[in-house]
Design a binder for this molecule. Structure first.
Ligand code: FAD
Length: 361
């Protein structure tokens, strides 16, 4: 197929809902609703790639789980906005970065996954010395960029295998630093494709917790419903698309050495040779989830292909063929055993989304 034919085919796929376009990785042919029935006529302006029935195991660090009904890789921020404006208001949406904190149930995800990694990549210094980074920028790239510009305090990002968007959503952190400590303001987009700049004060920020204060009311109203989407409320759903971050001036070489030291520390303490999603549970106040799990004799505990890591008790690894159900069942078992033996209920840090398979008991 020539480039022109390829482009034509891709345009047709985008507009008519054909099979996976070449830009998309690891996709199977369309098996669900055609694109034409999902997008409004604005879709002819789209430059990204929409694929159907895409296995999320290829896009999550656990390498397990079901398929996304649809997946959109925007060509950039403008394209993401056009796409969002094209969607029907009830389309479930799921923002995904590097999938390093995500378990998608084996029954898959309804609606559309917005893949921001590889799409929103801008990264530059502003005149005031702050760093502007788009949501798809990986932590390692951000840390290296800051060091290259003699800024310090961004080193910890290097050890977190997620995107800035995912780190903002999770307030990811390690070794005494957290993402939002560095945030001056963020840029967000809602499901109607409207862009906002929000201040730190607009959010309730805590340990692995970030919530827009305005959204809290609607969540409380909706309590009791199981959200089908990670962007569930049409009044207030927002995706992080960029942030302005501030770091202290320092010595780039020292920052680079610090990055190396942090990465070595991780290699020594984490089971990085097997698929995992980092720490499964949040640390309870005044204690460590890993310590409690180990104390309960759960290291090495296995359910199907999922195993509590022998190297780090708060990691669950995929030993090869784990299903999302194996992982979720093991999470539940660890949670129940720790609560039974210690009286402390651990709360998952990882996000578990999607549908149970139809044969789920
Ligand atoms: C080996 C390993 C080590 C890890 N170490 C750490 C650690 O030290 N500290 C730590 O905090 N975490 C750690 N993690 C977990 C994970 O890397 C972080 O939570 C990271 O922030 C997730 O980023 P992501 O882009 O992969 O997000 P995803 O996993 O893709 O998504 C996570 C959540 O964020 C939401 N989200 C993603 N992008 C956006 C966006 N642009 N706008 C709105 N919501 C969005 C998703 O909907 C989902 O709810 C580790 C994971 C692994 C595999």
């Amino acid at each position: 197929m020539t480039v022109a034919e390829d482009r034509e085919q891709r345009t047709e796929d985008r507009v008519l809902g054909g099979s996976a376009a070449p830009l998309s990785r690891n996709c199977r042919p369309a098996a669900t609703k055609p694109l034409s029935s999902v997008l409004c006529p604005l879709s002819s302006e789209l430059r990204g790639t929409l694929s159907h029935d895409v296995p999320m195991s290829k896009y999550t660090s656990w390498r397990a789980g079901g398929s996304a009904e649809r997946m959109y890789h925007p060509a950039g921020l403008d394209d993401l906005l056009v796409f969002l404006r094209s969607l029907p208001p009830d389309e479930p949406l799921h923002a995904v970065g590097l999938g390093s904190n995500l378990l998608v149930r084996d029954g898959g995800l309804r609606g559309t996954v917005l893949m921001l990694h590889g799409a929103l990549n801008a990264l530059h210094l502003e005149l005031d010395g702050s760093v502007y980074a788009e949501a798809g920028v990986p932590g390692a790239k951000l840390a290296r960029f800051a060091a290259m510009h003699d800024l310090c305090g961004a080193e910890f990002f290097a050890g977190i295998p997620g995107t800035l968007g995912g780190m903002l959503a999770m307030n990811a952190g390690c070794y005494g630093s957290e993402t939002w400590e560095k945030v001056l303001r963020v840029q967000t987009v809602n499901r109607h494709g409207e862009v906002h700049v929000r201040m730190k004060e607009d959010y309730e920020i805590g340990y692995r917790h970030v919530e827009r204060i305005e959204d809290r009311g609607s969540r409380i109203e909706k309590r009791g419903c199981v959200p089908q989407s990670s962007i569930p409320d049409p009044r207030s759903p927002e995706i992080f698309v960029a942030a302005w971050l501030q770091f202290a001036r320092g010595d780039g070489e020292t920052a680079r050495q610090e990055i190396k030291a942090l990465l070595n520390k991780r290699i020594a303490s984490q089971p990085l040779n097997l698929p995992n999603a980092g720490s499964v549970f949040r640390n309870p106040p005044g204690d460590y989830a890993a310590r409690l799990i180990e104390r309960c004799g759960l290291k090495g505990k296995q359910t199907g292909g999922a195993q509590v890591s022998e190297k780090h008790a708060n990691f669950i690894v995929n030993t090869g063929e784990a299903s999302a159900a194996d992982i979720e069942n093991l999470i539940n078992e660890v949670q129940n055993t720790v609560e039974r033996q210690t009286g402390i209920r651990l709360h998952p840090e990882v996000k578990i989304i999607g549908e149970y398979p139809s044969n789920h008991g």
